[in-house]
Design a binder for this molecule. Structure first.
Ligand SMILES: Nc1ncnc2c1ncn2[C@@H]1O[C@H](COP(=O)(O)OP(=O)(O)OP(=O)(O)O)[C@@H](O)[C@H]1O
Length: 746
């Protein structure tokens, strides 16, 4: 048991030694370190980055998008050229995607048509697109299929007539004709399905590309949509599933609506020839009445589809959270609770789907009854008109030379009946299309909502506050940002949480901050948990808005952020070090793996490439690296990018103090000005200034490290530690006493 007391003394002694070292080193730290800048190297890197940025500029006309389309292509995806959405197009489209009125009913109405028209500008930007060609081809095949249906109906009539007339030769010949028609008919059907799928995937590619261009824009809309807006929950579901469903429904709707419409026109024309005008008027009246009846009983499938999509998103989101936080949940033994959360989310979804199924029972019954039975009976009645009341029909079934009146009537009846069946099928599909149209309205409202929110975030238009008296509201951002400044300077700038949808508006964390960081003047930001240290970094990076005051900051290339939570991307080991650059960027800049190894050496990770099997190794890196290794990779990234300024947010908390010191010294030696967010006093010595956030109504204070006050406060801390050190002996004695007491009891 005595061994426990030794570390107590050691810890206090080492803390004391550290304080003394701080006191000594803080006094000697000066701007000299900052002047030892390897300026040539940094300048070259900056130029290279600018060059690189130019090559990847968002204004670049065309970018390659990888679209795997077969199993083979998954290994080696083909490259399809797709134009990147230009800023001009986005600006022009903005007015079509005005914010959605949440009270607006989702359904087949004017708003739906307006939203669909707006989305059409993305999925079919002009008639010179591949998608338009697909629609034309698709339409040709649809006409062909209708024509083939008429031919088949006539042939069917002739086959039965030959059978009734016992004409064996004619019967055999008509059967041959039957098979001859089967070939183009089946080819037509396959092509219709193929072209429909192609159309859907074409729409999806355009829409996904457009959404990605907005979602991952230079304003970080993917961050804003979560933190600065609460109109869209689970954007991933919108992008991966809702867009796909929207495109599938739209493409199939065209074929499901265009084909029966065409069928209705052509079959009606054919039927008029056989059943006369009276029959046609009867049929028309029948359509009108049934359509009205069906419309009246159709439930709001659009709204139901939109709710279903949202619940699907919630279920998917719950699973994603489980995967992302698997280790933490497993450590906490949280499987039971997570299980019940997943079950609840799933049951909410299933309950909704079940209610849709129940609604559909009566609707489908009514629909079937009207279309299959009422229509057939009505149709048969119409077919009988030329037989029983030829004077009403205004037409009689022609009797061909050599045919008996019976066989002619049979031929006429069979042909008409087939046309009738096709007509009722077309009607059924049209009615079904109405249901599909209502569902499309649901998907359209979701896709439109996503697009309108992305457009507004891209244009820096945020959700308006419900409280007009709120001091800080996202729709009233007054702060002034000066970019490309050689330093960081806050003037009367409050740090405020964005808090979208919060009745009270944003909460002020730091009051009117006045801080200036010039090159070489390293700043340490400290303060209790939740006081707003990271929030300062968020405002510098532009993730959070500046509600008032002024902030001058370096250009995006000149500042690098290492966040509190390490992030490891998908990709090779090399990709982890050079993130967010790609291997192609690295080669273009003329950087080598040898250089990367030197960087890993600085952060004491030189053993990693060998251990992991080389730079090309791909793994789920977040599960491979230890906490400290992840943080060192973060530092390695900074050394790779060599920015002028770096914001380090508690990013070395799991790194041993000696390696941490080496990394800090190396960063300073290479000319990086550090803005560190930390609670660790061991880091004082690497900085000139200290910003202390006290959390008392947004209060803060600035100190120069190494000043008299600073020394005084360190002296005080040393005295306190020395006091504790004196107590070690007493504590040790007490521990021994407890040990003895315990052993006696045992
Ligand atoms: N997106 C957000 N919307 C509203 N409030 C937020 C948001 N993100 C953080 N906050 C709140 O802002 C406050 C400051 O957060 P911040 O992350 O800056 O704390 P911190 O000082 O860095 O704390 P720590 O030392 O624990 O890292 C916290 O109370 C936090 O709950």
């Amino acid at each position: 048991m005595q061994t426990f007391s030794k570390p107590v003394a050691e810890t206090v002694a080492s803390a004391l030694a550290q304080r003394k070292a701080q006191l000594a080193s803080a006094a000697v730290v000066s701007f000299a370190g900052a002047l030892l800048v390897n300026s040539r190297r940094r300048q070259a890197a900056a130029d290279q980055k600018k060059n690189d940025l130019h090559l990847h500029s968002r204004n670049e006309a065309v970018e390659r998008v990888l679209l795997p389309f077969s199993q083979q292509s998954i290994q080696k995806p083909p490259k399809t050229l797709l134009a990147i959405t230009s800023q001009e197009t986005i600006r022009q489209h903005k007015r079509f995607f005005k914010p959605v009125d949440t009270l607006q009913k989702v359904g087949v109405n004017k708003e739906f048509i307006r939203q669909l028209k707006a989305i059409a500008k993305i999925i079919m930007p002009s008639f010179k697109t591949k998608e338009f060609l697909l629609i034309v081809l698709h339409s040709i095949f649809l006409v062909l299929r209708t024509w083939l249906s008429v031919v088949v109906a006539r042939l069917d009539g002739r086959i039965v007539k030959n059978l009734v007339a016992a004409n064996g030769r004619a019967f055999a010949l008509s059967l041959v004709e039957w098979f001859a028609i089967a070939i183009p008919a089946t080819y037509t059907n396959s092509m219709i399905r193929y072209l429909q799928s192609k159309l859907s995937i074409g729409f999806r590619t355009r829409l996904t590309r457009y959404v990605h261009d907005l979602y991952l824009d230079d304003k970080n809309a993917f961050y804003r949509i979560i933190n600065l807006d609460n109109r869209i929950q689970g954007a991933d579901q919108f992008i991966t599933t809702d867009i796909a469903k929207f495109c599938d429904t739209l493409a199939s709707l065209y074929s499901n609506l265009a084909k029966p419409l065409l069928d209705t026109v052509i079959f009606n024309y054919q039927l008029t020839k056989s059943i006369g005008m009276a029959g046609m008027v009867g049929l028309f009246v029948n359509y009108m009445v049934t359509a009205r009846l069906l419309r009246a009983v159709t439930p709001s499938f659009g709204k139901l589809a939109a709710i279903e999509a949202k619940l699907e998103g919630d279920f998917r989101g719950a699973h994603t959270r489980l995967i992302t936080n698997a280790e933490e949940i497993a450590f906490y033994n949280g499987a039971d609770l997570e299980h019940s959360i997943l079950e609840k989310t799933y049951m909410r979804l299933i309950k909704h789907i079940n209610s849709i199924y129940k609604i559909r029972i009566t609707y489908n019954m009514f629909e079937d009854f009207l279309i299959k039975y009422v229509w057939s009976a009505f149709g048969l009645g119409m077919c009988a008109i030329p037989v029983f009341l030829p004077e009403w029909a205004g037409t009689v079934i022609p009797v061909k030379a050599g045919d008996s009146p019976e066989s002619s009537r049979t031929r006429g009846f069979i042909t008409n009946k087939r046309l009738m069946i096709s007509l009722s099928d077309a009607g059924g599909r049209m009615m079904y299309s109405y249901k599909e149209l209502a569902e499309l309205a649901g998907y359209t409202s979701r896709v439109y909502n996503l697009l309108s929110v992305l457009h507004s975030l891209h244009a820096n238009e945020f959700q308006s506050s419900e409280n007009p008296d709120a001091q800080y509201s996202l729709d009233n951002i007054q702060g002034k940002i000066i970019a490309n400044y050689n330093g960081i300077e806050f003037k009367q700038a409050p740090i405020v949480t964005p808090a979208p949808g919060n009745e009270r508006g944003g909460e002020m964390l730091v009051k009117d901050l006045n801080v200036s960081v010039k090159p070489g003047e390293h700043l340490l930001i400290t303060g209790p948990n939740g006081v707003g240290k990271t929030a300062v970094a968020r405002v510098i990076s532009g993730l959070w808005p500046l509600f008032s005051g002024c902030l001058a900051k370096p250009g995006t290339d000149d500042i690098f952020y290492i966040p509190q939570r390490p992030y490891l991307s998908i990709g090779s080991l090399r990709d982890q070090v050079i993130y967010p650059h790609s291997h192609e960027d690295m080669l273009r800049e003329g950087r080598t793996d040898k250089e990367l190894l030197e960087i890993l050496n600085v952060v004491h990770l030189a053993y990693i490439p060998d251990r992991e099997g080389g730079w090309e190794t791909k793994k789920e890196w977040k599960d491979v690296f230890s906490g400290g290794e992840k943080q060192r990779i973060g530092m390695a990234r900074m050394f790779y990018h060599q920015p002028k300024f770096a914001v380090l947010d508690e990013c070395t908390s799991a790194v041993s103090t000696d390696v941490e010191g080496l990394m800090y010294n190396h960063a300073k030696d290479t000319g990086i000005t550090l803005i560190t967010i930390s609670h660790r006093p061991a880091l004082f010595r690497y900085h000139q200034h200290l910003l202390r956030l006290t959390g008392d109504h947004g209060a803060w204070e600035m100190e120069t490290i190494g000043t008299k006050e600073q020394q005084l406060s360190l002296e005080k801390e040393i005295q306190a530690l020395q006091g504790q050190l004196k107590e070690v002996e007493t504590m040790r004695t007490r521990l021994q006493a407890i040990d003895t007491e315990l052993s006696l009891k045992v």
